[in-house]
Design a protein around this ligand. Structure first.
Ligand SMILES: Nc1ncnc2c1ncn2[C@@H]1O[C@H](COP(=O)(O)OP(=O)(O)OP(=O)(O)O)[C@@H](O)[C@H]1O
Ligand SMILES: [Mg+2]
Length: 244
């Protein structure tokens, strides 16, 4: 099995060298736990290593993502211009506002099939190998029932698998929930689940990363200390905890 290196510091060695190629993975966690930074790092590292990537944003406007990610030294605009990264804007349609992005939905409203067509168009255009969907809860806002959301997620996973890309979905969980995703379906259809935690302890914050599931992989089962730094996410070994 081919492994796709995320290039995220300290992560790949926890999963036998990388994510199984062509599958879908969840990065799950509460707000501010680093899901978007993890997902963007996965795309940018790929783009720089000859594996183009597509970022479907349903949450934050593309302009804000480009701006925020500069903090980590990631110039998305430059990678877009070089044709190794594309952003699909799934945010504006639901507001009925036209987007001036190259890949977006018409301002007539949300339409899953149009969105999937746009996503596939972007994937084809740059021959993408990696995809990020950020986020499932934001996608879910466009649907009336959980049943429809589940169907939408399943359809997306199926199409992405057929396109042969390796996909990272972000999703949200409540810290006290037993579920790993918001709709209780993502975790079963995903080939792996990475859970990010954040705990504020006094004046210290404490971030961890836990691989909850990774099919076809002997993975670390530890709660790994994790940091967000100016160069993105750094995952540590448990024994390094005291040297943070
Ligand atoms: N330069 C930085 N150095 C250290 N920590 C940072 C830096 N920039 C952002 N952070 C931390 O990263 C968090 C944001 O990470 P990210 O956007 O990936 O979270 P998220 O899980 O996607 O959140 P959301 O649920 O809101 O989408 C911030 O709340 C902050 O704690
Ligand atoms: Mg986010």
């Amino acid at each position: 099995m081919n492994r796709v290196k995320t290039g995220i510091s300290g992560f790949d060695e926890l999963v036998e060298g990388g994510l199984p190629e062509g599958r879908s993975f969840l990065v799950s966690g509460g707000t501010g736990t680093g899901k978007t930074i993890f997902a963007t790092g996965f795309l940018v590292n790929g783009a720089l290593a000859g594996e183009p990537g597509v970022y479907l944003t349903l949450d934050e406007r593309p302009e804000l993502i480009r701006e925020d990610m500069l903090r980590f030294g990631w110039n998305l605009r430059k990678l877009e211009d070089e044709g190794v990264l594309k952003i699909v804007d799934g945010t504006m349609a639901k507001l009925g506002i036209p987007s001036d992005e190259e890949f977006s939905l018409p301002a007539t409203g949300f339409d899953l099939d149009k969105l999937l067509l746009e996503l596939m168009r972007a994937i084809k255009k740059i021959k993408a190998k990696r995809v990020v969907i950020d986020s499932i809860p934001a996608l879910g806002l466009n649907f009336e029932s959980e049943h429809e959301i589940r169907k939408a997620v399943l359809k997306m996973i199926y199409l992405l698998a057929r396109a042969g890309v390796t996909t990272v979905f972000t999703t949200e969980i409540n810290e006290d929930s037993k579920q790993l995703g918001k709709y209780g379906v993502e975790e079963f259809v995903a080939d792996g689940v990475i859970v990010l935690h954040y705990m504020g302890l006094g004046t210290q914050s404490n971030r961890t990363l836990h691989i909850r599931k990774m099919r076809a992989t002997k993975h670390s089962e530890d709660l790994h200390p994790m940091q967000i730094t100016d160069s993105g996410i750094k995952v540590k070994k448990v024994e390094d905890d005291y040297n943070l």
